[in-house]
Write a protein that binds this ligand. Structure first.
Ligand SMILES: [Zn+2]
Length: 268
């Protein structure tokens, strides 16, 4: 029998593309404990979706939020996540997998842009947001009701792929339960020509979380957030291949994608 080369595991490309921003954030709002000082220091947030381009298909990580949600929450909105992905040549109607890092409003808002996708979720995340604590103030304020009801509908339609822990979507692309930020936050590791990239999403909003061991202010489990930092470092081939979820610095550290207005970068 002829052996098949396994080069496909290392030819995946990874992109980050920004669709919105919140220039007015402060360190005091976003960092936990002593890392929140000086509290008034500026900490602008960018909102991204991520693309993993494999030889077989484009896999998307997260689904951003809509213009209506941006208006309600006073965020600066540049384009829909699907329009941002279209700039990279992604046909959202052909995307087979959308990984949802967690269910906060800024990660699950445009699910209907992917009519033929299955959404990859941690079972624990679904259980939490349909469970007894989701309605409590500090949790409730971070979700939109229509997003959660849509996820329940997608579940009943058989369009969620539930994961308990780790799972491989295609060779070289894996999701990993980390928790911490939310009950079922997951990160994505991708084998690329540069090594293993980790899309951390909100397991590390900023480089200053995972790289300085400084937790973000919002978490369901502080120890879990430290554990997430450990796993991210373990999975990534180097700290330069960790991609935080909201850091404007991402657009400065990686090569811009030609022909786009500085809002998309190629990670690997
Ligand atoms: Zn979040």
């Amino acid at each position: 029998m002829t052996e098949q080369p396994c080069a496909s595991a290392h030819t995946h490309e990874v992109y980050a593309v920004k669709f919105a921003e919140h220039p007015g954030g402060t360190r005091g709002e976003y960092f936990h404990g002593s890392a929140a000082e000086p509290r008034g220091a500026s900490a602008p947030l960018d909102y991204f979706v991520w693309l993993v381009r494999t030889p077989q298909a484009d896999i998307v990580v997260d689904a951003g939020f809509t213009a209506e949600t941006a208006e309600k929450r006073k965020r600066v909105y540049h384009r829909t996540p699907s329009a941002a992905l279209a700039q990279l040549g992604t046909d959202c109607s052909a995307v087979p997998w959308v990984v949802l890092s967690h269910f906060h409003y800024d990660h699950v808002g445009e699910l209907e842009a992917f009519p033929n996708a299955r959404f990859v979720v941690q079972a624990e995340e679904m259980a939490f947001w349909t469970g007894r604590f989701a309605a409590r103030g500090e949790f409730r304020r971070l979700i939109e009701e229509q997003d959660i009801t849509r996820l329940v509908s997608l579940s009943l339609a058989g369009r969620l792929r539930f994961v308990d822990g780790s799972s491989e979507l295609v060779p070289g692309v894996r999701v990993h339960l980390v928790g911490g930020h939310t009950a079922g936050t997951q990160v994505v590791s991708v084998a690329t020509a540069r090594g293993t990239v980790v899309l951390a999403a909100d397991a590390s909003h900023f480089y200053g979380n995972v790289c300085d061991d400084a937790p973000f202010a919002i978490h369901t489990d502080l120890a879990g957030m430290y554990g997430a930092f450990d796993l991210i470092h373990e999975l990534a081939s180097g700290p330069e291949l960790i991609v935080p979820g909201h850091d404007p610095e991402v657009l400065r550290r990686f090569d811009p994608v030609a022909g786009i207005d500085g809002t998309a970068v190629r990670i690997a």
